[in-house]
Structures are given as C-alpha cells and as structure tokens.
Design a binder for this molecule. Structure first.
Ligand code: IMP
Ligand code: MG
Length: 184
C-alpha cells in the first residue's frame, strides 16, 4: 500500500471484477446499438479504458473536462474546460465518471449535454458518495457506493497525485495536511 494511504477501500481485483460486470450490463442494455461514451477527464481515464476493453457492442468515445475542485474542496461552480469534438444529436450517450459526490458536476453535465438532443443520456460512475449529495442526479450504473471519505487511485487524484494507483484508497489526514503537489 502507498505510504500516504490510511487504508485500501477497493482492491484491484474487486475493481476489475466490478468493471467487467458493468461492461456486460451496458453491452446488454445497448445491444444492437452504438453507445457514445463521454469520459469526464481526468478522473475517468483508468475506469473508461478498462470499461471500453470489456464492451461487446459498437462504441464511440469522446471527452469533456470540467472543473469545480481545488485540493479536497469543491468550489461549487462548474465550468467546461474542454468540450466534446463530436455532435451527439440522436446518439445514445453514456457519461463515464470517476465519482459522484455533491452531484453538481453531473447535474451541470446532464443539463449541458441534454440541450444537444442525444437519443438517450445516462450516467455510469465508478464510485458514488450518496451522503454528500447537494442535488439529485439519476445514475443508471454505479460501480461502488462508498462512505464520505476522500479517496484516491484508479484515476482519482489529490492535487494530481495518486491517479496511477491500481486500487482505491483513503488518504491519511497527514498527507492532505502536507498539501503535496505532483511534478514540482
Ligand atoms: P461533485 O461535483 O461534487 O459530484 O464532484 C465530482 C468531481 O469531484 C469528481 O468527478 C471528482 O473529480 C472530484 N471528487 C469528488 N470526490 C472525490 C474524492 O473523494 N477523491 C477525488 N476526487 C473527488
Ligand atoms: Mg471526475
């Protein structure tokens, strides 16, 4: 385990098994159709690539980058940093996200993407912290429900660190207090 972690919440094996199951479910639900996966950068990268590898239907991938976070704190104001390259009108769109916390990012994305008239629009999130919700969001696919803890790994970061860990872990308070940053 990484020295800055207090505990491993979800092991690599558990992540891989759950992602395989999610990919099978999505493949079944969208059978005979092409699904456009909209990855929310950067947290989605490991989850999206593992999910994509296991998909058994036609897929199309695009990305968005939005921001509301600084360190462990949400600023509450969501902004688009990078928009989709493709037109999603008439498409079956599945948003792929690392974690839904307050729900503010997701509700912004749902509102934003639905104005482009996709055929369908659903959410697939690896992690869900339902106790932190500030606004209701309809999530179709959830990997794991987790408690109100700041987690890192498998794409999730703290100041851009720890995304490379193959598991999900809980940061030590001391690591947060240090306010460490990547690549100084
Ligand atoms: P929300 O808008 O509060 O739902 O937050 C969504 C975004 O905040 C996620 O896509 C993550 O990028 C980030 N985030 C929320 N909770 C955590 C966490 O525990 N660890 C790392 N990033 C998080
Ligand atoms: Mg995210």
């Amino acid at each position: 385990m990484h020295q800055d972690l207090r505990e491993i919440l979800i092991t690599e094996e558990a992540l891989q098994a759950r992602v395989r199951a999610l990919a099978a479910q999505v493949s079944l639900d969208y059978k005979g159709r092409c699904v456009t996966l909209v990855g929310v950068l950067k947290g989605c990268v490991l989850f999206l690539s593992d999910l994509l590898k296991r998909m058994e239907i036609e897929t199309n991938v695009d990305f968005m980058m939005v921001t509301s976070y600084s360190g462990v704190q949400s600023t509450g104001v969501v902004r688009t940093i990078l928009d989709l390259k493709q037109n999603i009108e008439g498409r079956d769109v599945l948003i792929v996200e690392d974690i839904v916390d307050s729900g503010l990012t997701m509700s912004y994305l749902l509102k934003n993407l639905s104005t482009r008239q996709p055929r369908s629009l659903e959410i697939c999130t690896l992690l869900d912290k339902p106790s932190c919700r500030k606004t209701k969001v309809p999530i179709k696919y959830v990997g794991f429900g987790i408690p109100e803890k700041f987690v890192v790994g498998y794409g999730l970061d703290y100041n851009e660190l720890y995304r490379n860990l193959p598991y999900i872990g809980v940061l030590k308070e001391s690591a947060i207090a240090k306010g460490k940053k990547s690549c100084p």
